[in-house]
Design a protein around this ligand. Structure first.
Ligand SMILES: [Ca+2]
Ligand SMILES: [Ca+2]
Ligand SMILES: [Ca+2]
Length: 362
């Protein structure tokens, strides 16, 4: 019975082998435990759940938001009236969450499910995208403005907050979020927006090419007054954007660059804090301009008609006043940076007159 041989009777090398084996076993166990700890929550076998709450701007009920995980493969649910959603039995690790709701910008991004119950918190969904193309622009504004003060609206998409009427609350949502684009993170720190190449939101939107304008479509012209071949420092010049054949025009968005070393804008509206351009006489009140500023080398104006009467056939859409304060050139080109909307919030093709060149030297 060698196993019961008294210790003092064992040869020295048997005792040494015992201690070496014990030490090895302890080290191996430590290594295995440490490795398992390092792999931690990413181990594929571990599963959990994700939950959160969608908040629809301007609404008190937040149901009907479609929430999906990993393109639907990880699960898909609709939110309850309080906006709550939960998706169970997901592997721990990285996932892509997406939330969609008509008239709101999509939320999409990566998040890490690292706990058995991952609670994301609130996803704030940005309202005003009447058309669901994930940009809030002149087309959405024109549609809401055109349906202003109607209940129910002819086009239900204009009713951003879905309360059966189009009023100041719908208009405010479009105005507040003008120029915003989806997908967003839902203002949630745990959600990271994907690069555009990985986003399913962007991939799903077809690129729409506008049809070529016909001679009867609206024609846009920039004019400079007074008109001079070359201006001198101290000259004050009004640049005006005119439309002819303008019957279908219910909204315009203008992005016109200017040379800051050459031109200094004058403020057309001292009551408003920014330096502003002027909405032209084509838009008879009521009208609504969510953006109107001249700063940093760019004149930016978006305006939509809210009038009950149809638009006139011609008139000035917008004006901006500059003082010549240096040498240089600025090209006012109606073929660049201008979008027109019809009453349905659909982009209008238009003809562009040749650019007007504002050239100045001392
Ligand atoms: Ca839109
Ligand atoms: Ca409404
Ligand atoms: Ca101002």
């Amino acid at each position: 019975m060698p196993r019961h041989t008294p210790r003092k009777d064992r040869p020295w090398f048997v005792r040494a082998l015992f201690w070496v084996t014990l030490l090895g076993a302890v080290l191996l166990t430590t290594l295995v435990v440490a490795t398992a700890a390092a792999q931690g929550p990413a181990t594929a076998a571990q599963r959990g759940s994700v939950s959160g709450r969608a908040r629809l701007e301007g609404r008190s009920r937040h149901n009907g938001v479609y929430v999906s995980l990993d393109g639907g493969e990880g699960g898909q649910v609709e939110t309850t009236a309080d906006g709550v959603f939960a998706i169970n039995n997901i592997p721990l690790g990285w996932h892509i969450l997406r939330a969609d709701m008509p008239r709101y910008l999509a939320v999409e991004g990566r998040f890490l499910a690292s706990a058995p119950n991952t609670v994301l918190g609130d996803l704030i969904m940005t309202g005003g995208d009447a058309y669901g193309d994930n940009i809030i622009d002149i087309l959405d504004l024109a549609l809401v403005a055109r349906n202003y003060d109607t209940a129910p609206p002819a086009d239900p998409r204009a009713d951003i907050n879905d309360n059966g009427m189009v009023d100041i609350y719908d208009l405010t949502l479009v105005s507040k979020n003008y120029d915003k684009r989806g997908p967003t993170s839902g203002q949630n720190a745990a959600v990271t927006v994907l690069p555009p190449t990985l986003s399913s939101v962007l991939r799903e939107r077809p690129v729409t090419t506008m049809k070529a304008p016909s001679p009867s479509d609206p024609t846009l012209t920039w004019t400079l007054s007074p008109a001079k071949p070359v201006y001198a420092p101290g000259d004050v010049v009004t640049a005006a954007l005119r439309v002819d054949q303008g019957h279908p025009v219910y909204g315009v968005d203008i992005t016109q660059p200017y040379n800051t070393r050459q031109l200094t804008p004058h403020d057309a509206d001292p009551a408003a804090p920014e330096i502003n351009g002027r909405v032209g006489d084509f838009f008879t009140p009521p009208r609504f301009a969510p953006v109107n500023r001249v700063a940093g080398g760019e004149f930016r104006l978006g305006v939509a008609s809210m009038a009950a009467t149809p638009p006139p056939s011609a008139g000035t859409l917008a004006e901006v006043i500059f003082e010549v304060t240096g040498c240089g050139e600025t090209s006012f080109d109606p073929a660049r940076g201008i979008k027109l909307s019809n009453e349905k919030g659909v982009a209008l093709p238009f003809n562009a007159a040749p650019a007007a060149l504002l050239k100045a030297c001392p």
